[in-house]
Design a protein around this ligand. Structure first.
Ligand code: CA
Length: 231
């Protein structure tokens, strides 16, 4: 009797061991699967019902182009500067200069007041000197300090200085008045509404028509989305 009880106990114990092992293995498998699903979601482009409206925004390229490239950017953002120096020249050469795509820039203010100052300068120059807008845009990014770029470098004075370097006969007082006007604040408000509508949480965010690109620094992914839209 005693021996049998011991065997039963032993048998129950090994069944439990098998059960617990199976549960642990199942949990590990589930964790691996969940992790892979998350990774896949992080790397996937987002699709919206429509492309962001570029009405009231600076647009570069052939207005009849089939594809609209929109950058949601911030003059305070180092990755935006990097994007402008590395990804943008390839995009411009391959798709904008060839009439296949247009390019628009929408202001985002993820770095507090300096971002707003940059955005208001950008809106003002776009209104007063639309033909000089892209030169100013590039020059303002180029004015970003190489170190400690989170410092409040983008002041009204800095924006005026950069604008004067691009537009020598600039009316400085007029630019300052414009930057502080309700009209430009309203223009910037349109951009804010746009980036909220498209759930922009990082800069730069790149949209190809209605597709939001998962990794803005992945030129191949941007190119693939453009080519899909051109078909
Ligand atoms: Ca704008």
């Amino acid at each position: 009797m005693v021996a049998q009880a011991s065997r039963n106990k032993k048998g129950k114990g090994s069944r439990n061991f098998v059960l617990y092992t199976a549960i642990i293995v199942l949990i590990i498998v589930l964790l691996v699967v969940i992790n892979q699903v998350q990774k896949k979601e992080e790397g996937q482009n987002d699709h919206f019902a429509s492309a962001p409206s570029t009405e009231s925004q600076p647009v570069l390229g052939d207005a009849n182009a089939k594809v609209s490239i929109v950058e949601f950017g911030d003059y305070m953002c180092p990755t935006c500067m990097y994007w402008g120096e590395t990804i943008w020249p390839q995009l411009q050469k391959e798709f904008v200069d060839t009439g296949k795509a247009t390019f628009s820039y929408v202001n985002v203010d993820f770095h507090a007041q300096p971002s707003v100052t940059g955005a208001l300068a950008s809106e003002s120059i776009f209104k007063s000197h639309p033909d000089k807008f892209w030169d100013f845009h590039k020059a303002l990014f180029a004015a970003q300090p190489t170190a400690e770029h989170d410092n409040n470098w983008l002041t009204e004075d800095k924006a005026v200085e950069v604008a004067k370097s691009v537009i020598p006969d600039l009316d400085e007082a007029a630019l300052r008045t414009s930057m502080n006007s309700d009209e430009m604040k309203e223009q910037f408000q349109l951009d804010k509404q746009l980036y909220q509508d498209f759930n922009v949480t990082l800069t730069p965010t790149i949209m190809i028509n209605e597709t939001k690109i998962a990794d803005p620094l992945d030129y191949a992914a941007i190119k693939a989305a453009i080519e899909a839209s051109l078909e």
